[in-house]
Design a protein around this ligand. Structure first.
Ligand code: TMP
Length: 235
């Protein structure tokens, strides 16, 4: 078994049951998270899915992590754009992502789910499992515990991983002429290979929740696959 697979096995197998702080509200909506490496095309597909869902009369809230709230956007700025960013240790990074997540869950996601809305989140707790736990090699127990503490009882009903080979994703990021790569985008190819492998292992571990979609297909073909996965689960 290679190193990444071993770390993943630890993360998945050694999930500790810790007391979580339940959110007071009763959840009737659905949370769909989108995951994948840089350049996987999540944003395009979130916009397309939101349109489909609105067309069938559902209330849709789209949010992103880190971010989605004023506090979360400030935290995002510290993580990805801070001038001292390269000096940030992995533990700080994990806690900052978790802090932004705790805020968006309580301020945006839980209230929307209580109203019966469908929430589309560009990244959620699996990003911390994969980026901080697997790619940054942080110990699995604290990553799991911090994740669970941040989300309370809000877990995705469905997670869509858009999978692209590392070189394809990074080439797409480089083509975005908008600005210089941020701190996360400056990571090397081995880091992103671990991210990709982590997501694929995650899907094996939770096949009922996590669906992998081939992100090298056309945007229309990906949209169709996602719609099938979502409508199957909306009932
Ligand atoms: P984005 O560019 O997809 O919006 O994500 C911002 C970056 O933050 C991306 O490189 C993934 C990373 N990230 C983590 O490392 N851990 C997390 O928990 C989250 C939510 C994002």
């Amino acid at each position: 078994m290679n190193l990444v697979a071993e770390i993943c096995r630890d993360i998945f197998v050694r999930t500790v049951i810790i007391p979580i702080m339940p959110l007071k509200s009763k959840i009737t909506g659905k949370l769909i998270s989108f995951e994948g490496s840089e350049g996987s095309g999540k944003s395009t597909q979130i916009a397309r899915l939101a349109e489909h869902l609105q067309q069938i009369g559902r209330e849709v809230i789209a949010t992103r992590e880190p971010g989605g709230t004023e506090i979360g956007e400030q935290i995002r700025n510290i993580i990805v754009h801070n001038s001292k960013g390269d000096e940030m240790c992995a533990e700080t990074e994990l806690l900052l992502f978790a802090a932004a997540r705790a805020q968006v869950v309580r301020e945006v996601i839980a209230p929307a789910l209580t109203r019966g809305a469908i929430v589309l989140s560009d990244r959620f707790l699996d990003s911390s499992t994969v980026y901080q736990g697997i790619a940054r090699n942080l110990a699995p127990d604290p990553v799991n515990q911090i994740n669970r503490f941040a989300v309370g009882n809000v877990m995705p009903h469905l997670t869509i991983v858009i999978d692209v080979p590392t070189e394809v994703g990074l080439a797409r990021v480089r083509q975005r002429a908008s600005d210089l790569p941020d701190r996360m985008e400056r990571e090397n190819i081995e880091f992103y290979d671990k991210v990709r492998e982590g997501y694929l292992l995650l899907a094996q571990q939770w096949p009922e929740r996590v669906v992998v979609i081939d992100g090298t297909k056309t945007a229309d073909a990906i949209e169709k696959k996602i719609w099938t996965a979502v409508s199957d689960r909306l009932g």
